[in-house]
Design a protein around this ligand. Structure first.
Ligand SMILES: Cc1cc2nc3c(=O)[nH]c(=O)nc-3n(C[C@H](O)[C@H](O)[C@H](O)COP(=O)(O)O)c2cc1C
Length: 244
């Protein structure tokens, strides 16, 4: 976290600040807590969750391997435990004292009900909202997400220099073919990838974008975000009724 970013957050006092890729130092955490922000952080294993707990962060996001976008791993040079959302959620509920927010592959109210039944206090959905008209996904990303391509997501470092799950596309195919060439560190590879995507899109080629998506991608719904939230609430209520 940069000093300028910390200053902005302390001045604007957002209700929630969520950390990914590790934690800021104790002084920065204290400054944000002093500003009244609720602090969350992503964990992909128990060690990371324990560090989050020890740092005095208010809640932990259990980010399973199914999740779309960047994996929140603290140190990508260490072996990845690749824990799924179900096992990771239970592990963090059982072995930390923090409220756990479950993330990864949750696309509907039934999925939210499952996360809550595991002991999570909430669920975090990312991919479910990408197809909403309010998102900034471009036409190629939307078409891929709503088509057959949604059935094939991959975990790759090629797009940004850090492991992240996205739709399989021309860039990820190229990266597979180029393996084992390691990409430059984040965010150097990410900036280069964005430039490559910009050049490709200018010719009508959408296959080089960072089309982040989790394993639940085929369940994405292209409806306004408010309608999606209404549907999630109804599905959750229905799932809870069925469970009684
Ligand atoms: C398009 C997209 C962008 C994301 N950007 C961020 C981000 O900036 N910061 C973050 O903490 N997580 C980010 N995530 C990860 C989510 O917070 C969450 O872990 C993930 O979306 C949950 O899995 P799901 O996509 O299967 O719902 C992003 C996910 C997606 C799909």
């Amino acid at each position: 976290m940069l000093d300028a970013m910390l200053d902005l957050l302390v001045r604007t006092k957002p209700a929630v600040v969520s950390f990914h890729f590790g934690l800021p130092n104790a002084a920065r955490i204290a400054a944000l807590k002093g500003a009244g922000c609720v602090l969350l952080a992503s964990a992909t294993n128990l060690d990371e969750a324990k560090a989050i707990e020890a740092a005095g962060v208010d809640g932990v996001i259990a980010q399973g391997y199914e999740a779309g976008g960047h994996r929140g791993v603290f140190d990508p040079s260490l072996p990845d435990s690749a824990l799924g959302t179900l096992a990771l959620t239970r592990l963090l509920v059982a072995q930390t004292s923090l409220p756990v927010i479950s993330a990864g592959g949750i696309m509907d109210g039934q999925g939210i009900a499952a996360a809550l039944s595991l002991g999570a206090v909430a669920a975090q959905l990312g991919t479910a909202f990408v197809a909403c008209p309010e998102s900034s996904a471009d036409d190629g990303y939307r078409a891929a997400l709503m088509g057959e391509g949604a059935h094939q997501t991959v975990m790759t470092e090629a797009l940004s220099g850090r492991p992240a799950r996205c739709l399989s596309n021309r860039f990820t195919h190229w990266a597979d073919a180029a393996a084992p060439i390691a990409p430059p560190d984040y965010p150097i590879a990410y900036d280069a990838g964005k430039a490559l995507n910009g050049a490709a899109k200018a010719t009508g080629e959408f296959g080089f974008g960072a089309q982040w998506a989790g394993q639940g991608a085929p369940l994405a719904r292209a409806v306004p975000a408010a309608s999606l939230v209404e549907a999630l609430i109804k599905e959750l209520a229905d799932a809870n009724r069925r469970a009684l």
